[in-house]
Ligand binder design. Structure first.
Ligand SMILES: [Zn+2]
Length: 203
């Protein structure tokens, strides 16, 4: 039988370590995000209710107050996914200037922002009207995967991330490419370089 109290304690510890790292490395704290570990049965119910795609390991829902990171606990990579949904999408939604930009704002306000810049995305999208959403998506997912990999490493789950990354490369090539690009920027310009490009406060 699953001892829910033990699992709760285990996650609290993981989250404490992660919060501590985020605070010391980036001087940031999540203030508006929480998480729920969810069974496959409840996930299916939730997806039916909200019209979400079932074929995912989790979701960060900004429509709830506080924002809610749902993570499917019966999946092999749930620890990695928790880092992705809660800290990756959470920090991005709460602090990144890229996330905060409204579609109607003047393009000049954000044309140079992003690890993937808007100009770059615009060049490769077939439909110009979709390029703003694509720009948001690639920066958001790239950042979430990048944070996920860092927190796996800091919490001694690097092998878990490496297994997941191998699968991403095969099944979700676009996500993997986003991650690789973020990693490249980190190698050349440091973690602060990534944060600066996404307009995080203090960078
Ligand atoms: Zn994601």
């Amino acid at each position: 039988m699953i001892d829910e109290k033990e699992i709760g304690k285990f996650f609290e510890k993981l989250l404490e370590n992660s919060k501590h790292f985020i605070k010391s490395e980036f001087k940031l704290e999540l203030t508006h995000s929480d998480y729920k570990l969810i069974s496959d049965l409840d996930w299916n119910k939730l997806c039916n209710e909200k019209n979400w795609c079932k074929n995912k390991e989790g979701k960060y829902n900004i429509e709830e107050n506080p924002h809610m990171a749902y993570v499917r606990i019966e999946k092999d990579f749930f620890i990695s996914t928790l880092f992705h949904e809660l800290f990756g999408h959470g920090l991005y939604a709460e602090y990144s200037k890229v996330h905060g930009i409204n579609k109607d704002e003047k393009k000049e306000n954000y044309s140079n922002l992003g690890v993937f810049t808007f100009n770059e995305i615009e060049k490769v999208t077939n439909k110009p009207e979709d390029s703003f959403d694509k720009w948001q998506f690639m920066n958001n997912e790239g950042f979430a995967c990048w944070v996920e990999s860092i927190l796996c490493e800091k919490n001694n789950y690097i092998n878990l991330w490496l297994c997941k990354a191998r699968l991403l490369k095969i099944q979700y090539e676009q996500f993997f490419k986003c991650y690789e690009r973020f990693k490249e920027v980190e190698v050349n310009e440091g973690k602060a370089g990534v944060m600066k490009k996404l307009g995080f406060p203090g960078f």
